[in-house]
Design a protein around this ligand. Structure first.
Ligand SMILES: Cc1ncc(COP(=O)(O)O)c(C=O)c1O
Length: 308
C-alpha cells in the first residue's frame, strides 16, 4: 500500500531528526517515551508519566472540605479512604500518615475554606494490566479554594438525567470517573449543574458527584437510596440524614425513579464541597413552585450551624 502524500511529507520532515536524536542518546536500541512531541529515553522520564492511575484509573481518592479553618468530618473521609484502598487491594498504607499529610498541606496552604483532594495509586511501572509486582504507591494532594456556590444555594440548580454507565462497585471511590465525566458534560451542555444517574432498571442511583435526596409532597420525610455497591457512601448524606432526624423528619431509604423526583415537593443534592444544594428543575420539569423548599432550607441552616 502506498503512503498518502501527507504521510510521506510528514515522514520526510520528522523521521530523520528523531533517528538522529535516538542515536545521540545511546547509540543502542532503547525503550523510549514521547511526551507531547519530545522523544526521551523511557528511563529518563518522570515516574508520574508511568502512573497506573493514568493508564488504568488504578487508584482511589477522597475530597474533604474545611470551613473557617477546620476540616469537616476528616475521620469519616479517612475511614472511607481505607475501605476504598482495601476494596482495590492497595496495602501497606498507614492511614495516620495520610492524615498527617492532609493536615500538613492544609496548614501550609492556609486557606480557611478549602477543598482538599488526595489520591493514592498503585504505583508507576511500564503499562501492564496485572502489574509486575510490589510497587510503591503514589500519593498526590491539592489544596484549593472551596467552590463558591452561594448563588446555587440561594436559587437552586437544574439537574438532568443520564444513564448510569458505571461499574458494579460504586461504593469504592475509584479514580475511574469516565462515566461520571460524560454525564456531567451532558448536563453542562443542557445548562444543568449536575447529572442524575439512572440505572437500567429505571431507578435513580445518585448524582454524577453527589447524593440525591427528596421530600415527597405533603410529608415530613426525607427519601434517599439505601447504601450499597451501586452508590458511593456519601459522608454528607450521612450527616444530612442525622440532621433530618434531629429536625423531626422521618428518613426512608428507598430507590426512587425520575418520575418520583419530578413530582417531589423538594429535592436537593448533598456533597462535601457544597454540602446541601437545592434542586429546582429536574430535566424539563420545575420542582413544585421552583423555589427552595422549607425543609431543604431548614436542613441547610442546620448544616451551616454545624460547621460554623
Ligand atoms: C458519585 C458520588 N456520589 C456521592 C458523592 C458525595 O459524597 P460526599 O458527601 O462524601 O462528598 C460524591 C462526591 O464526590 C460522588 O462522587
Amino acid at each position: 500500500m502506498r503512503a498518502s502524500g501527507w504521510v510521506c511529507r510528514f515522514l520526510a520532515k520528522s523521521a530523520q531528526p528523531e533517528m538522529d536524536l535516538l542515536t545521540t542518546i545511546s547509540g543502542d536500541m532503547m525503550q523510549i517515551a514521547m511526551i507531547q512531541d519530545e522523544i526521551l529515553a523511557l528511563k529518563d522520564i518522570e515516574s508520574a508519566y508511568m502512573d497506573r492511575g493514568t493508564f488504568f484509573g488504578d487508584g482511589v481518592y477522597e475530597v474533604v472540605r474545611s470551613y473557617g479553618g477546620r476540616i469537616f468530618a476528616l475521620d469519616e473521609h479517612l475511614e472511607r479512604f481505607s475501605r476504598s484502598l482495601a476494596g482495590i487491594d492497595i496495602g501497606g498504607i498507614e492511614i495516620e500518615d495520610v492524615r498527617a499529610r492532609v493536615l500538613r498541606a492544609f496548614e501550609r496552604a492556609d486557606i480557611s475554606d478549602a477543598k482538599i483532594y488526595f489520591h493514592i495509586t498503585r504505583g508507576s511501572e511500564v503499562r501492564d494490566h496485572a502489574g509486575g509486582g510490589e510497587l510503591k504507591p503514589n500519593f498526590f494532594l491539592t489544596v484549593t479554594d472551596a467552590p463558591d456556590c452561594e448563588a446555587q444555594k440561594r436559587d437552586g440548580i437544574g439537574v438532568s438525567t443520564y444513564p448510569d454507565l458505571r461499574w458494579k462497585r460504586c461504593d469504592i471511590k475509584s479514580l475511574n470517573l469516565l462515566a461520571n465525566v460524560l454525564a456531567r458534560r451532558d448536563a453542562a451542555q443542557k445548562g444543568c449543574a449536575e447529572a442524575i444517574l439512572v440505572s437500567d432498571a429505571g431507578k435513580i442511583s445518585e448524582g454524577a458527584a453527589c447524593a440525591l435526596l427528596m421530600v415527597p409532597e405533603g410529608c415530613y420525610v426525607v427519601v434517599t437510596r439505601p447504601l450499597g455497591p451501586e452508590i458511593l457512601g456519601s459522608i454528607t448524606r450521612q450527616v444530612v440524614l442525622k440532621l433530618a432526624a434531629e429536625a423531626g423528619l422521618a428518613v426512608i431509604e428507598r430507590a426512587i425513579t425520575p418520575e418520583d423526583a419530578k413530582g417531589a415537593a423538594e429535592l436537593f443534592i448533598a456533597v462535601t464541597t457544597k454540602d446541601i444544594v437545592p434542586v429546582v428543575r429536574f430535566d424539563d420539569e420545575t420542582i413544585a413552585d421552583g423555589k427552595v423548599g422549607r425543609h431543604t432550607r431548614a436542613l441547610m441552616e442546620r448544616f451551616a450551624r454545624l460547621v460554623s
